[in-house]
Design a protein around this ligand. Structure first.
Ligand SMILES: Cc1ncc(COP(=O)(O)O)c(C=O)c1O
Length: 367
């Protein structure tokens, strides 16, 4: 007769050999509740693109964070640094200017830690992001889009609001280096350990730049031969900045992707942008096709920035030896954007429907 222990190990073995399910439960307990569940995301090999390129393309499943995006990492780290520095006390208020995902991350952490949360955001963002923030108990202020130089820019409004309140902290994700530090201490080491130090190239797009800068800094500190590429949508100045060695901030056009495409060099970007080996400018036509391909071929339901990052990873693959490892970031899922990116009429209004290959058009299921 089998003992309980042997029965368990036998059934585990049987299950392990017949499914892809990961039976290693080590580290899956969070003693601190939601905050302890941020990070430690899986690194997924994208099988079809890896076969196509002859390189291993890996993507970090950041939508699996509790608030649904890579920005949970910065949100948690910034708040916990403010606590350590005594900049926020129990019952205080967190204020931020955010296109959405950082706000959602902050809102979750604020609920878990008992802080109030006030958000200022551009009024052009997907309505579901505003709704989610309200559902998470935030005060949300969608404001007209004006340049950073204008005092009415959403960031400056957030800063002034925090200054007007007792025991309030403006998290200042664009220029607060705790944002980048979150990735130096979590995402970078996770990638390094997951690939046992075998990383040839990294690429992702920049919003605040915290993710790109922190991971690039960490990986290049481990091994200066790791290449890092900035992946940019039309409308970003980072592409021309890298291409001209910091001489130009020129930018033109726009993109359907949300949360990336900077108009200035933020403090987080400024720290590490000299480490960029090159930059890629990815047109929306390539991003939308990849978004649909990831769904059709890999079963991944990914937002626009993740799809753009994978297009960039394929370009980065051309710059590393055959069999090399290329890593990128899947920042969030498609849920928040579904009404737009899977709507035939919305795609047509952006001139993107015609870009989809015939066999992928069936995924544009909304009118
Ligand atoms: C969906 C999405 N992708 C990418 C980014 C960029 O991340 P970072 O601000 O770390 O550059 C953001 C930032 O808000 C985002 O919301």
């Amino acid at each position: 007769m089998l003992t309980g222990k042997r029965l368990l190990s036998t059934s585990r073995c049987l299950l392990k050999s017949s499914t892809s399910y990961n039976y290693d439960f080590t580290g899956l307990i969070s003693q601190t509740g939601l905050p302890g569940s941020v990070g430690n995301t899986p690194l997924l090999k994208l099988n079809n693109l890896s076969k196509q390129t002859g390189r291993n393309i890996f993507a970090k499943a950041e939508w699996m964070n509790p608030g649904g995006s890579v920005k949970d990492r910065a949100a948690l780290f910034i708040i916990e640094q403010a606590e350590k520095k005594g900049l926020i006390k129990p019952g205080g208020t967190i204020v931020e200017g955010t296109a959405g995902n950082t706000g959602i991350g902050l809102a979750h952490v604020c609920r878990a830690k008992g802080y109030k949360c006030i958000i200022y955001m551009p009024n052009t963002q997907a309505p579901s992001k505003i709704q989610t923030l309200k559902l998470l108990g935030c005060e949300v202020n969608p404001v007209p889009v004006v340049p950073f130089t204008d005092p009415q820019n959403f960031n400056h409004q957030a800063k002034r609001r925090a200054e007007s309140l007792e025991n309030a902290y403006w998290t200042n994700q664009f220029d607060n280096l705790d944002n980048r530090q979150a990735h130096i201490e979590s995402t970078g080491p996770e990638i390094w350990n997951q690939l046992k130090g075998k990383v040839d190239a990294f690429t992702c797009s920049l919003g605040t730049g915290g993710t790109w800068s922190g991971i690039t800094r960490y990986l290049k500190t481990q091994d200066p031969n790791v290449k890092s590429f900035a992946a940019e949508p039309p409308g970003s100045c980072v592409y021309s900045y890298v291409k001209t060695g910091g001489k130009s901030l020129e930018r033109s056009g726009g993109s359907f992707t949300e949360g990336i495409g900077q108009g200035r060099i933020t403090n987080n970007v400024a720290q590490d942008i000299a480490l960029a080996d090159d930059a890629f400018l990815i047109p929306d036509s390539e991003t939308i096709v990849m978004l649909y391909r990831l769904l059709a071929e890999e079963g991944l339901y990914i937002g626009g920035t993740g799809a753009l990052n994978v297009v960039a990873a394929v370009k980065a693959a051309e710059k590393v030896p055959e069999g090399g490892n290329v890593v990128t970031i899947l920042a969030d899922s498609a849920h928040k954007y579904a009404e737009r990116i899977f709507s035939k009429s919305w795609l047509e209004s952006k001139d993107l429907y015609k870009e989809l290959p015939e066999d992928l058009k069936k995924y544009a299921v909304l009118d």
